[in-house]
Ligand binder design. Structure first.
Ligand SMILES: [Zn+2]
Length: 306
């Protein structure tokens, strides 16, 4: 009969490396801004980080968490999309690991460097020295590597495949997938428990969600906010919300304008269907949904009363 001795068990446990495919996550916790996730995985001799936090103190905190999980150095940092909560903390990571390579799309790099949406300036005004100076961001991006849609990279023995999704929630989003592990880091293309905000294009986003459901049907999906991982079912839920938002707006802009009363009607209808959505970043659910109604009406060419 086969019998496993204590000595044999010990031999197994000491020779077993860290669980392959283990994803570690840190979700920031500060009072005045919403929580954002950083995720990381180990390679043979290093660490791949996805998203860099927003404010500098939280990036420091995330770095401490990472260093508590592994003694390996960060060798690669991916930025999923050019919203400050995903790249603002970059200087903390690149100063701690100057040899780490920073990867993002050309659109994301240009957006952060040029601050084309004014996000950096707005955050600096709001958070003061807790948000990175443009010069510090530029320094962190000095050697950034531009990646392409469909590209695959071998990072220290780990195969990473990249998919670029164009303007939708953000100007662009890079999905970073580990196909061998059926894991993908998706940025904010799927939101759970809060209203989705199509800052750039609701119509594109609907198409992207269909593709996400197809591409990542059996994957663990690691998103930018809230408990991860999720599954592709959540992409479908996101699509349901955005479709409803689009239809509610479309039904009210035959006159090419959206009044305050019409915005209220839309908010009310969405709240009835998603009564437990939270607000985001100090904004109530109602404020978020009204913002959604306005931004989508504008994307459809209507004038919005505010
Ligand atoms: Zn975000």
């Amino acid at each position: 009969m086969f019998k496993l001795t204590i000595a044999a068990l010990l031999a197994i446990s000491t020779s077993t490396p860290a669980l392959a495919g283990q994803v570690y996550s840190y979700a920031s916790q500060v009072n005045d801004v919403d929580s954002v996730n950083s995720h990381w995985i180990e390679t043979e001799s290093g660490v791949i980080l996805v998203d860099a936090q927003r404010i500098l103190p939280e990036a420091e905190r995330a770095l401490q968490h990472l260093q508590a999980t592994t003694s390996k150095p960060i060798i690669a940092i991916f930025v999923t999309h050019p919203h400050t909560d995903h790249y603002g903390g970059l200087p903390v990571w690149t100063e701690a690991y100057p040899a780490a390579k920073v990867y993002m799309t050309a659109t994301a790099l240009r957006s952060i460097r040029e601050d084309s949406r004014g996000y950096n300036a707005a955050r600096a005004k709001r958070h003061g020295e807790r948000f990175a100076a443009q010069s510090a961001l530029d320094a962190a991006l000095a050697n950034a590597i531009i990646v392409q849609d469909g590209q695959s990279l071998d990072i220290d023995g780990t195969r990473v495949t990249l998919q670029e999704f164009g303007p939708s929630e953000a100007e662009t989003t890079l999905a970073v997938s580990l196909e061998n592990n059926e894991q993908v880091f998706i940025g904010d293309l799927i939101n759970v428990g809060v209203p989705a905000v199509p800052f750039e294009s609701l119509e594109n986003w609907l198409g992207q969600l269909a593709e996400i459901e197809r591409l990542y049907a059996s994957f663990e999906i690691y998103q930018g906010h809230g408990p991860a991982p999720i599954t592709a079912d959540e992409a479908n839920e996101q699509r349901t919300f955005l479709t409803k938002l689009r239809d509610l707006v479309a039904a009210r802009i035959a006159d090419e304008s959206l009044s305050v009363a019409e915005q209220d009607e839309i908010v009310f209808a969405l709240e009835a269907e998603w009564p437990f959505y939270d607000g985001v970043a100090g904004n109530t659910r109602r404020e978020m949904l009204a913002f959604d109604a306005g931004i989508v009406a504008e994307q459809m060419g209507a004038k919005v009363d505010r």
